[in-house]
Design a binder for this molecule. Structure first.
Ligand SMILES: N[C@@H](CCC(=O)N[C@@H](CS)C(=O)NCC(=O)O)C(=O)O
Length: 211
């Protein structure tokens, strides 16, 4: 398998975590968002949207990180990234959606570039990013606090899809100087996940294209 990835892309990062948690072998093709390589015709032949990640598999090209991760889960069921029961699956997917639908897209390169074109300066753009992360993390912190079954991870006692989404969002929060001490449970989950090799190897600074 080949993952088209950019080191700082949260969606690439969550996909790397999922692949690593499954213990899968994959090579990485580096697509520089900084150099706008994702907008080149060659890359748009792979993904007409011009977004990373793309996962090249024997079954073809897979697009959209939520769909890619669900495909990985179905093809390689162990270790499971989703709980076995319907309610557990809902809880994990709800956390993933809170991050993947309601925080991450608002802080994407194309959105920030458009804000810049509309006249916002870098401080205003940073404030925009921090606002959506803080709103989402405040709600997530309450959701985590209300789950009496929660242990070291977002759900239960083993890493799930929710952790694969959360850790890249924490890294992005650090980048935008969001004070994580306001979110003790999120911070605790982050610290714990980062003791695991699957998360360490997926970290942006460990990627060959990091700068
Ligand atoms: N919904 C897509 C979003 C993918 C996405 O937005 N990727 C970002 C990097 S995290 C990207 O390629 N951005 C390019 C841009 O905004 O121009 C997914 O989850 O795969």
């Amino acid at each position: 398998m080949k993952l088209y990835s950019f080191f700082r892309s949260g969606t690439s990062h969550r996909t790397r975590i999922a692949l690593n948690l499954k213990g899968l072998d994959y090579e990485i093709s580096y697509v520089s968002l900084a150099k706008n390589e994702h907008q080149q015709l060659d890359f748009k032949r792979l993904n007409p949207q011009g977004f990373v990640p793309v996962l090249e598999t024997e079954s073809g090209l897979l697009l959209q990180s939520p769909a890619i991760i669900e495909w990985i889960e179905q093809q390689y069921p162990e270790p499971a990234l989703l709980p076995a029961d319907a309610l557990g699956k809902e809880k994990v997917r709800a956390i993933a959606a809170l991050i993947g639908c309601d925080i991450h897209p608002l802080n994407n390169k194309r959105v920030l570039e458009h804000l810049r074109q509309l006249g916002l300066d870098q401080n205003q753009i940073n404030a925009w990013c921090a606002k959506w992360i803080q709103d989402g993390f405040s709600a997530l912190e309450q959701i985590l606090a209300q789950d009496p079954t929660r242990k070291k991870f977002c759900y239960g006692n083993q890493p799930s899809l929710a952790d694969a989404y959360l850790i890249p969002q924490v890294v992005s929060a650090q980048r935008f100087q969001v004070d994580l001490s306001a979110y003790p449970q999120i911070n605790e989950i982050y610290q714990h996940c980062m003791t695991l090799e699957a998360f360490q190897k997926a970290a942006p600074e460990q990627q060959a294209d990091a700068f």
